[in-house]
Design a protein around this ligand. Structure first.
Ligand SMILES: Cc1ncc(COP(=O)(O)O)c(C=O)c1O
Length: 341
């Protein structure tokens, strides 16, 4: 009565992310079995074996599908607008997080503990937590705000669920740490065996230059934009990109700061760009400070999402879009989507 027939065997190749956001490269062998029953064929699909391989994280050569990140034309009327989709590099270590952390983790001694810093809504902390976990390293996160705890929001929850040990300090202590260039006091160091390695706020450091420079090399391979628009916090991403640009590069760089009172960052970016003969337009934060939003900002961000299908992080790229929509430059514009958690 039943006539099972081996009908097809095929292989499917794809990249999946596990529930721990670990990229898995898969070959799935699918077996189709056909059954003949009462003059009709029925098909059953069987997945007998899942072959997978975990990639060595942060090594772009082993992660071929997401890098170089795509350059996508956006359907925005009246603008020749393209988005460099660094947000697609990885679901958690996305955008400039990937670019910045790559160099840090390549050079690091894995027996050490990392100590890093961030605010309650820092994109850097979850990215660093996951990167450390994937490298099987211990990591400590110092968070601004003694009133917070590891359950205060999804950012901090993700960090603690992924093995980051969190300490919460007051805003004044945090400011003092920043002024000391993240040199932690002896009281804390004593509790950490094997002297920890400091990863500054936002993942900044000499290691970021090379990773962020790659963004410009990738863009340049595809086009020579008239304008490049980038959101900025510490300015590390912009500096990395400027470092890769040639002397007197004709692309004008617009930097949309997400942080109020970023004079120091503005000075370092503008001084460096001027020395290279590159035009920079620095735009100050105007929504009340980092993490602050307005109903108009959120509305514009939602409109953008329904128009393009691209979700913007509200701290950086939503503010960038708000500026860009109201100040559309003439010519070919590339917007670097720096991702977000
Ligand atoms: C999504 C996003 N965009 C932009 C930035 C700003 O980057 P940078 O601190 O290098 O200026 C950050 C912070 O690292 C970020 O999380």
């Amino acid at each position: 009565m039943f006539a099972p027939t081996l009908a097809a065997m095929s292989a499917l190749k794809m990249v999946l992310f596990s529930k721990h956001d670990i990229p898995l490269f898969c070959f799935i062998k699918i077996l189709r079995v056909q059954l003949l029953f009462k003059h009709r064929f029925y098909s059953i699909w069987v997945v007998p074996k899942l072959h997978h391989r975990t990639f060595v994280i942060m090594d772009s050569n082993q992660f071929p599908s997401n890098l170089p990140s795509p350059l996508q034309k956006l359907p925005i009327e009246g603008m020749d607008l393209w988005m460099k989709r660094d947000d697609l590099i990885h679901p958690i270590i996305s955008g400039n997080k990937w670019r910045k952390l790559k160099g840090f983790f390549r050079e690091i001694d894995r027996s050490k503990t990392i100590i890093t810093f961030g605010g309650a809504y820092s994109n850097h902390l979850p990215a660093a937590a996951l990167a450390a976990k994937l490298h099987e390293m211990k990591i400590i996160g110092i968070v601004r705000g003694e009133e917070l705890n590891s359950k205060s929001n999804r950012f901090l929850k993700y960090c603690s669920e992924h093995g980051m040990e969190l300490y919460f300090i007051s805003r004044s202590e945090y400011r003092a740490l920043r002024e000391r260039n993240w040199q932690i006091g002896d009281e804390l160091v004593q509790n950490i065996p094997n002297h920890p390695i400091v990863l500054p706020e936002g993942g900044a450091g000499g290691h970021t230059i090379e990773g962020c420079a790659e963004i410009w090399h990738e863009i340049k391979k595809e086009c020579s934009p008239d304008h490049l628009i980038i959101s900025s916090g510490t300015g590390a991403t912009v500096l990395g990109i400027l470092s890769a640009m040639s002397q007197n590069e004709k692309t004008k760089v617009h930097v949309i700061s997400a942080v109020r009172g970023a004079e120091h960052e503005m000075n370092s970016v503008c001084t460096y760009a001027e020395a290279k003969g590159i035009a920079v337009n620095w735009v100050n934060e105007s929504f009340g400070g980092f993490g602050k939003t307005t109903p108009e900002l959120l509305e514009e961000s939602e409109k953008f999402q329904s128009q393009t299908g691209i979700q913007l992080d509200r701290n950086y790229n939503a503010k960038l879009w708000f500026w860009l929509k109201n100040h559309p430059p003439q010519g070919k514009v590339v917007w670097l989507n720096t991702g977000g958690f």
